[in-house]
Structure formats: C-alpha cells, structure tokens
Design a protein around this ligand. Structure first.
Ligand code: AMP
Ligand code: GLY
Length: 423
C-alpha cells in the first residue's frame, strides 16, 4: 500500500519508521518531510498547510492511504479534501479536529457532557476579560482559543501578568486570530500525563502513557517549548487511574463527539492532570503528540498500518494494539536558544551504527550533508528494562549525535525516576 504522510518533524519520522515495519507498507511520500526523513521516504517541499498543493500532489501520484499528523492541516480540513478525491485517511475531519482547534469548543463540550476539567470563563473582548481578572484568586491560566504552536497557555501569578497576557493575545494579536477569543481558567495542580489513543469513533484504545518535558531548562524551568523529551510509561499513571480515565474521560469524550455529529477517527491525545480531586483534562489534541510519539511508537509491537486502516474503517479492536512492557526515553537535541532565537545551518553528525532510534526534526540536506534547520533538531530514543536503563541508553545515544550549538536538557526522566523511587 502506497502512503502519503503529511508533516515534517520528529513525530512524522517516528510514524514513517513504524509504518515501514508493516509488511503491507509500499512507497511512502512525505510532504514536506525533512533532511532526515528523506532517508526513509520520498520528500517534496510542499507545506503541510498548502492544502491545494497537497491535493494536486495526491492526484498526480498513486496514493492509496494518507496519514495526516500535524494540527493545522487537520483543523483546516485536509482529511475532508483528500477523502473527497477518494483517498482514505488516518486523521479526523475538520468538524472533529475542532476539539484541538478551539479550546472554547472543547471546554463547552466537557462542561456539557460532565467530563472533568478546569473551570473556565470565555471572553471575546479585552475589557471584560480584565474586569473579570480583577476578581480572581491567583494563579490563573490564560489561554488563546485557537492553535498557537503549543504556546497559547500562560500561567499567570498576578493581575499584572494576567493583563499583559490578555493584551498580547487580544490586542497585540501575537497568535493572530487564535487569540481573539480567550479562556481564563482555574489553575490545577498535580502530575501531568499524556495519553495518546486510537479511536475509530466506536472504541478508544489508549497507547502506553507518557510524560512530556515542556520547559526549556532543567528542573522544569525556562519558557515552554514544543517538548524537550519524554518518557513512557508515565509512572504516575497507575492501572487504577487508567480505568478511571477510560470511564470518566476517554469514552465520554468519544461519545460526546458522536452525539454532536462530530465523530472523531484518528489519534486522540488526552493531556491530563492528576489533581487531588481526580484526573482532569488540561487539553485535547487531535493528533499524535510530539515528542511523545517518538517515545511511545518504539514500544508498539503490532502493525501500525493495520491499526490506522482499522481506525479509518471503524473496525478497530483492542486486541490489534499491543505494546511491549519495557520503558522508553526520548531526549531532544535542540539548537541553543530555542524556543527563542537560534542559529541554524550547522552540520549534524550521526553515528553509523547504534541501538535505539534517531528521529530527525529540524534538519535539511545540503548535498551529502545533513545540517540543522530548526529549533528541535533530533530526538534520540532508546528503551530499557527499567526507566533508569532507558534514560541512560537514550543519553548515551544523544552523546553520539553532534552539531555546533546543540542544547539538551540533562534531566529528562528525572521526575519519573523520583516517582518510581529510582532516583
Ligand atoms: P496547553 O497548551 O493547554 O497544553 O497548556 C500548556 C501547559 O500549561 C500544560 O502542559 C500545563 O503545564 C499548563 N496548564 C495548562 N492549563 C492549566 C491549568 N488549568 N492548570 C495548571 N496548569 C495548566
Ligand atoms: N507534546 C505536546 C504536544 O504535542 O502538543
């Protein structure tokens, strides 16, 4: 089966390498891909948001199945466009991708169907938002309604910070129209867990849980990033909590989307916080997480392509999705300065032989060379019989990857090890 994959990050590299393990996998094209993905798929420089360009490409090539993983083309309706020309897709249609595309939509959905989440108020003008902020206890969380590259949520400690966040989003429009409406949300506490799941609209099959490391610096300090590393499984996510999440969050969400006439088929990502009052939803994503995917997919023992086809066709069963019970760790090598200003164009050297997996994100080819071309450059992933071993192996692999101005956090997995009493 010939497959078109949309996107060009470490997540897409992980998806492609996992698809290639399937005996049914034929040719893979990736739009736009990147310099590292080019070793595993035929890449063409068509942007993931260029829907017309992608549809033209799909018409001109013998594409039998498409996998759409980034948020923006999903929200813009790429799956609808490709399905309309007869190409079956993995990924939700636009009317279901709105679960990530509008935080106000998802908050209303959760309120309407009794799915546990932080209490929130919505505002569409800055004056009434600021009026409300004057009555709040702090901290609170200010969130842009629309997509904002994972940077649309700001935890604010006092009224001054809150006013600044509102002004940036609603007046200065740092996230464009995504910030013309906002949510002001109750601040929750507790460990965070990412649960990626497969759903065909009938059942939900969670993947192994994971823990992202969103902040740029060690000790969870510094600005929020796309994610500096991840470990799986997440030690806070016990069997008992998993059962509770299935009953209180996962199934109710899928049923709610059906009831709204917005059946979700694809990867539904639950960003959870395990609060003293039980698990609550922090955010939904309509797609695989990055870098969680790089950590989770290497643990998948079953055939990803079969699963994706079953998701598309409404024939998913839980028996189709099997994970090994070892641990996994992904360490991201970024360009120094990320997520703010950073320099690119440095040659990347990769080891010829290695254990584990190297997933390439911000890199491009220059002749024979692979050079840095983005903030997050490479993910070094490895597994182990214990989390300690997985972390040690992933760092050993990261050490073999070199480029000038490389930056990595040195404490990926530390919090999880502490939770396990292995620190
Ligand atoms: P989001 O963009 O919604 O994933 O939020 C980014 C990060 O902000 C989350 O991973 C949390 O660490 C934090 N956050 C978001 N909402 C809340 C909340 N209601 N309470 C506490 N922290 C939050
Ligand atoms: N790692 C969080 C996300 O993909 O949104």
């Amino acid at each position: 089966m010939n497959i078109l994959v949309i996107g060009g990050g470490g997540r897409e590299h992980a998806v492609i390498k996992t698809l290639k393990k399937s005996p049914h996998c034929g040719k893979i094209w990736c739009l736009p891909g990147n310099g590292g993905i080019a070793a595993d798929a035929e890449c063409h420089p068509i942007k993931a948001t260029d829907l017309d360009g992608i549809v033209e490409f799909a018409k001109a090539h013998p594409v039998e199945f498409a996998v759409v993983t980034p948020d923006d083309p999903l929200v813009l309706g790429l799956v609808d466009r490709l399905e309309a020309i007869g190409i079956p897709c993995f990924g939700p249609r636009a009317n279901a991708a709105i679960i990530e595309g509008s935080k106000i939509f998802s908050k209303r959905l959760m309120e309407k169907y009794g799915i546990p989440t932080a209490a929130a108020r919505t505002f569409d003008d800055p004056m009434s938002a600021i009026g409300y902020l004057k009555t709040c206890d702090y901290p609170v969380v200010v969130k842009a309604d629309g997509l904002a590259l994972g940077k649309g949520a700001v935890v604010v400690a006092d009224l001054g910070e809150a006013e600044r966040a509102v002004r940036e989003m609603m007046v200065d429009k740092v996230f464009g129209e995504s910030g013309s409406k906002i949510l002001i949300e109750e601040f929750l506490t507790g460990p965070e867990v990412s649960v990626l799941s497969f759903t065909d609209g009938n059942i939900v099959v969670p993947m192994v849980s994971s823990m992202d490391h969103k902040r740029a610096r060690d000790g969870d300090e510094g600005p929020n990033t796309g994610g500096m590393g991840a470990v799986a499984p997440n030690p806070y996510y016990t069997e008992e909590i998993a059962e509770r999440c299935m009953e209180e969050i996962f199934l109710p969400t899928v049923r709610a989307m059906n009831a709204e006439g917005r059946t979700f088929r694809g990867c539904l990502y639950f960003g959870l916080m395990l609060t003293p009052k039980g698990p609550k939803v922090i955010e939904y994503n309509c797609r695989f997480g990055d870098p969680e995917t790089q950590t989770v997919l290497p643990l998948l023992e079953s055939d990803l392509l079969e699963i994706m086809l079953a998701v598309r066709n409404g024939t998913l069963t839980s028996g189709m999705v099997r994970f090994s019970d070892v641990y996994s760790c992904c360490v991201v090598l970024a360009s120094e300065g990320y997520p703010k200003k950073y320099a690119t164009g440095y040659e990347i050297t990769l080891p010829a032989l290695y254990r584990g997996e190297i997933f390439v994100a911000g890199a491009k080819r220059e002749g024979e060379k692979l050079v840095t071309a983005g903030g997050r450059v490479v993910g070094a992933v490895d597994t182990g019989m214990s989390l300690r071993e997985a972390v040690k192996n992933a760092y050993a692999l990261a050490k073999e990857i070199g480029f000038e101005n490389a930056y990595l956090r040195s404490d990926i997995g530390a919090r999880a090890l502490k939770a396990l009493g292995e620190d």
